[in-house]
Design a protein. Structure first.
Length: 114
């Protein structure tokens, strides 16, 4: 059951091409977003669709994979864990970020096979 602790799985579409950075420690990091859609009916029976955007971060081999293969609009399956962090900007304001650290990813977009 420990495998289920802090486990996130998403299937969605990339909102933009991944942004890749090389860090001083020779690590690679990629930041990108994925949109998931949920269809439902409201209390009047009208069909509704809700889009949720998720921030993702991929490190090292996953970042290099993202840089090489992922493009805006592709459908992907992501497995990872939810993390929270904060930072202080140059004005002294604290910002809080929730993001998914990628543990595995799979391209589902059939167009990517050509």
């Amino acid at each position: 059951m420990n495998v289920l602790r802090n486990s996130v799985r998403l299937i969605g579409h990339l909102g933009d091409n991944p942004k890749i950075r090389k860090l001083d420690s020779e690590k690679s990091v990629a930041n990108f977003s994925v949109a998931t859609n949920e269809d439902y009916r409201d209390h009047d029976g009208n069909k509704k669709s809700e889009t949720t955007w998720h921030k993702l971060v991929a490190w090292n081999k996953h970042a290099e994979y993202a840089e090489k293969y992922l493009k805006k609009g592709m459908e992907v399956a992501i497995e990872g864990k939810l993390t929270n962090r904060s930072y202080e900007d140059k004005n002294g304001e604290t910002h809080f970020i929730s993001e998914i650290v990628v543990g595995d990813m799979l391209i589902l977009d059939k167009k990517s096979e050509s």
